[in-house]
Design a protein around this ligand. Structure first.
Ligand code: SF4
Length: 351
């Protein structure tokens, strides 16, 4: 691996020495400063549906969880949220939902995306940048959404270890299929993001080191990693073999990712902010440069429960915390990952 050997990576992941953690964060901070500066971009997160056809063992939205009050926002509701985001200076939104891989759902979303682009693009303004996070679809479905105007896609691999993946998912959900989806997204031209959960039952530091290698080998543009926070209504919450600290290990993983991949976008996830009061600050200091303030209507937020106790920070508080941590929140810009431009031999012009 560049910048750091595999042995060093494992050393830092395993170390209990606070000085090693400080060293790692400081090193990542210098890499960040040199490559992307102290800026933080916001993606307004719209969780437009909690309906899901999948049954991931760790997720509160899994189809077998009968306690969930299912919802799906209408086209008008999504457009209103997107336009409000745009008027408030968020130049990017993320549309997220459970997995609904039907043609009618994809057509619905393509129509929504097309409409958002149409209403927000004018003259030289490219309008809202749209990130999707809606799971595994077919190549042609991904292409339809890309052609409608979405240009980033987040699909977390959750772990790069196939055996661990199999412990977290029912047999019909395969690691291979997830990989194929990631390659399809890349081939189509999306800015592709993935990520893992940290602190899972049976997960080892070696697994985390392999995750970093996976990100490098796949040549990702964006990364979203979060600590594993159990949801009581899921099978994985019954497992107790957790060997690693989810909070500190997430901070370390962000630092290592920034050192190894200087020009990608890295999210300071809501899960990181939920698990520790200093999660946001530590995530940013460790090298994260993206936050995802939640725009989902308040009356629906309780129903979008991937894990327990999800934290919702009002924009002003979030922006104050970012500034207090020494970073500058940037509005009216897409904030694309410079790495995608490098991959395509294009000059990176922030827009
Ligand atoms: S992680 Fe995603 S695909 Fe899996 S059950 Fe939850 S919402 Fe559905």
């Amino acid at each position: 691996m560049p910048n750091m050997s595999e042995k060093e990576i494992l050393y830092f992941l395993e170390s209990k020495d606070a000085n090693d953690l400080i060293y790692l964060i400081n090193k990542a901070g210098r890499v960040r400063e040199k490559n992307i500066g102290n800026v933080v971009y916001a993606r307004g997160l719209i969780e437009f549906s909690n309906i899901c056809s999948k049954d991931c063992f760790y997720c509160g939205l899994r189809r077998s969880n009968r306690k969930v009050n299912r919802y799906h926002l209408s086209k008008d509701e999504i457009l209103l949220l997107a336009n409000t985001a745009y008027k408030n200076g968020f130049h990017s939104i993320a549309l997220q939902s459970g997995e609904i891989p039907t043609e009618s759902e994809v057509d619905f979303l393509a129509d929504v995306i097309y409409e958002i682009k149409k209403t927000t693009s004018q003259n030289n303004d490219p309008g809202l940048g749209i990130t999707l996070s809606i799971g595994e679809l077919t190549f042609s479905q991904y292409k339809k959404l890309y052609d409608a105007g979405a240009h980033r896609y987040l699909l977390r691999i959750e772990t790069s270890n196939p055996d661990l993946f199999a412990r977290m998912h029912p047999p019909e959900q395969s690691f291979q299929k997830r990989l194929e989806c990631l390659y399809a997204l890349k081939e189509i031209g999306y800015q592709v993001g993935t990520g893992v959960m940290i602190g899972l039952p049976h997960q080892s530091y070696e697994n985390l080191a392999c995750d970093l290698k996976f990100f490098l080998d796949f040549d990702i543009d964006m990364l979203g990693m979060g600590p594993y926070i159990p949801h009581p209504d899921t099978p994985l919450a019954q497992e107790s073999k957790i060997k690693i600290d989810p909070y500190i290990s997430t901070v370390k993983m962000i630092s290592l990712a920034r050192i190894l991949m200087p020009d990608i976008n890295i999210v300071a996830s809501t899960a990181l902010q939920t698990i520790h009061p200093e999660g946001l600050k530590m995530g940013l200091k460790a090298g994260a440069n993206i936050v995802m303030p939640v725009l989902t209507p308040e009356e629906r937020r309780e129903d979008y429960s991937l894990y327990t106790g999800k934290k919702y920070t009002p924009f002003n508080d979030l922006f104050n915390q970012i500034q207090k941590a020494g970073f500058e929140i940037v509005l009216w810009k897409w904030g694309d990952p410079p790495h995608w431009y490098k991959r395509h031999n294009l000059t990176y012009i922030p827009k």
